[in-house]
Design a protein around this ligand. Structure first.
Ligand code: HEM
Length: 408
């Protein structure tokens, strides 16, 4: 048995085995003890869960509370200046990713209708249009260009803004502030400053929508008098943040991974019907949203260990998705693999609300990009691509690409 891992500052998140692979320390832990005791930077003890089976069980078990999980924001432990948290944090109104049933259920229920498979199917043509228009603009530029700026970030941002009814012209505010929010070691006061700027903007927006609702998801929520302005603001914040950073990084890092695996890329180009499976495999292989927090509300047995009531538990979705006990040759990108069952979109009551939207965006995005840019390649050596090791959502800061021809 390995000993307790002390985490000096933040978790060992650097993908030091290659740009797409889990940190070697995490892989070793999963092999030796998939449910491992750990010590947080503030000195309190908890657990790190890395095995597929244990992660899946944990996420399905609501005795593991999400009340310490500021989800993708990771406020509790990775923010310098954050006080020790040893009990469930107070709930932030509307931020249902960090709530438990029944509060979570009440808020999530108000939104499920807006994100069903059927609704997303209806939106598919429109999302394809958004991607195509962005690719038209990119095709007009002289390469090299940054794929993040010209394609991967605008597509999901345009789509989520339109769905929520957030003016895209205001994106400067929310893109700059949400990026600040996702920097792991951003000091608490800076993080709070970004949070306040973002929520002030959103609270004014939902207040206007309550007075004069339009045809968008935030207006639909604002029509529901059971929801307070604070709850509307929290929900808007979560949807806006979760709705663009995640998919944007999947598109950019996914393109990088395909360019680094030319045979897979050629197969996908030759047969676009492989795309749905390829998207699942990229979700599994890249696991851009990796680390999530839970809190044990009672003593719970997990993977042969006893997790005591009050413990903070960290899960690595990336480690779980690369577990050889669940996936053969897990560190190989294989677009023909049936990767469904991966945990990249979570599992259990907090399963990603935007999963269908994300899938439609990724299929439209990759299909359009590969068709329109048949000679797409990196414009810098792969080793020079700036990886987002400093951010809570993994990906690339920039992806310089070039091409010699474009197609319709
Ligand atoms: C929850 C990943 C796209 C909205 C989650 C969770 C994961 C995840 C792992 C579970 C968190 C937990 O258990 O604590 C991703 C990835 C995406 C993506 C990898 C892109 C490929 C989106 C999009 C939206 C969205 C496009 C847009 C609305 C949400 C929301 C939750 C969530 C609201 C909280 C659900 C709840 O607590 O009930 N996502 N997500 N996500 N996601 Fe996504």
């Amino acid at each position: 048995m390995s000993r307790t891992v002390a985490i000096p500052y933040g978790l060992p998140m650097e993908r030091d085995a290659g740009p797409f692979d889990p940190p070697q320390q995490i892989t070793r832990l999963r092999e030796s003890r998939p449910v491992s005791p750990m010590i947080f930077p503030d000195g309190h003890e908890g657990w790190l869960v890395t095995g597929y089976d244990a992660v899946r069980r944990l996420m399905a078990d609501t005795r593991f509370s999400s009340r310490q999980d500021i989800g993708i924001l990771h406020v509790p432990y990775e923010t310098p200046g954050m006080p020790v948290a040893t009990e469930p944090s107070p709930q932030v109104p509307g931020l249902f990713i960090a709530m438990d049933p029944p509060d979570h259920t009440r808020l999530r229920r108000t939104l499920t209708g807006a994100f069903t498979v059927k609704r997303m199917k209806q939106l598919e043509d429109h999302i394809i249009d958004v991607a195509e228009r962005q690719l038209d603009e990119m095709a007009r530029l002289t390469p090299p260009v940054d794929l993040v700026e010209e394609f991967a970030l605008p597509v999901p941002s345009l789509v989520i803004c339109e769905l929520l009814g957030v003016p895209y012209a205001d994106r400067e505010n929310f893109q700059v502030n949400s990026a600040k929010f996702l920097v792991k070691e951003q000091p608490l006061d800076e993080k709070m400053g970004a949070y306040i700027a973002l929520t002030t903007y959103l609270s004014e927006l939902v207040t206007r929508k309550r007075a004069a609702p339009g045809d968008d998801i935030l207006s639909d929520l604002a029509r529901d008098d059971d929801l307070t302005i604070e709850e509307l603001t929290g929900a808007a914040f979560l949807l806006l943040l979760a709705g663009h950073e995640t998919t944007a990084n999947m598109l950019a890092l996914g393109t990088f991974a395909l360019l680094e695996n030319p045979e897979q890329l050629a197969e996908l180009r030759a047969d676009p019907d492989l795309l749905p499976d390829a998207v699942e495999e990229l979700l599994r292989y890249l696991s851009v949203a990796d680390i999530f927090y839970r809190y044990a509300t009672e003593d719970i047995e997990l993977g042969g260990e006893t997790i005591r009531k009050g413990s903070t538990v960290v899960v690595s979705l990336l480690a779980a998705n690369r577990d050889p006990q669940r996936f053969d040759n897990p560190d190989t990108l294989d677009i023909r693999r049936k990767a469904r069952g991966h945990l990249s979109l979570g599992h259990g009551v907090h399963l990603c609300l935007g999963q269908q939207l994300a899938r439609v965006e990724m299929r439209a995005g990759f299909e359009g990009l590969l068709r329109r840019f048949p000679t797409l390649e990196l414009a810098v050596p792969a080793g020079d691509v700036k990886l987002r090791t400093d951010m809570n959502i993994y990906g690339v800061h920039e992806l310089p690409v070039t091409w010699t021809e474009t197609a319709r």
